[in-house]
Design a protein around this ligand. Structure first.
Ligand code: DX5
Ligand code: ZN
Length: 213
């Protein structure tokens, strides 16, 4: 599977978010990336659960990205929602808490995953591989849209491709993706998040033909 996901963050200030989502669905996008920020793990805040039912009703799959400090209470909140994938950041968490949360997510039939910041090493997350379905690799520092892709991420993607622990996992890349780098990136990943670029791109159908499979 390889799919492009629209990051809802790019529509945050859009007055008619549902209409815009319908337009994007009609252009062939099947996934929405749903960013949650707590103002602590990152400075900003984003979505807190709103629009999920409407997004599902339009027919999208939803992948939630928790950028929060208190992962346990956010996981509790989101496992009771109609979502497909749930990832949280593992930086500043202890291993037992991480594994406990991942098990909790899977028990609800949601695909469970961890998200890693640009300078978190693959080696440090290998121990969680058996508990995850999806790994979110951040290619910008988490916290806001519209940043520049960090080129070092390529080394990480190559490393992942050659790492047997992650061979059956969904790899999601998030941050700074646009039409100058998407064709290079696509070889390594399954879910490609795009916010600011995709929200203002006018030939989504062509992009889907080139990138998705
Ligand atoms: C950043 C978020 C991303 C962001 C991507 O912290 O996790 O999902 O919305 O937006 P762009 O594609 O603009 O980098
Ligand atoms: Zn995100």
């Amino acid at each position: 599977m390889r799919k492009i996901e629209l990051s809802l963050l790019a529509l945050m200030n859009n007055k008619n978010i549902i209409n815009e989502l319908e337009r994007i669905k009609n252009n062939g996008i099947e996934f929405i990336h749903y960013d949650v920020m707590d103002g602590q793990f990152v400075k900003n805040t984003a979505f807190e659960g709103e629009y999920i039912d409407e997004i599902k009703k339009i027919g999208f799959k939803i992948s939630v990205h928790l950028m929060v400090k208190d992962i346990s209470s956010y996981v509790d909140k989101f496992i009771n929602k109609n979502i497909d994938y749930l990832t949280f950041h593992i930086e500043c968490q202890n291993d037992n808490v991480i594994i406990e949360q991942l098990k909790k997510i899977r028990e609800k039939g949601i695909k469970a995953g961890i998200a890693i910041k640009p300078f978190t090493k693959i080696f440090d997350v290998e121990k969680f591989a058996e508990y995850i379905d999806i790994l979110t690799v951040m290619s910008v520092e988490p916290g806001k849209g519209g940043q520049k892709f960090i080129p070092n991420t390529f080394y990480k993607l190559i490393e992942l491709k050659n790492n047997v622990n992650f061979k059956d996992k969904v790899i999601q890349i998030d941050g700074g993706i646009n039409n100058t780098n998407i064709n290079e990136i696509k070889r390594y990943v399954n879910l490609i998040v795009s916010g600011s670029f995709l929200a203002s791109y006018d030939d989504i159908e062509k992009l889907i033909k080139e990138v998705e499979e």
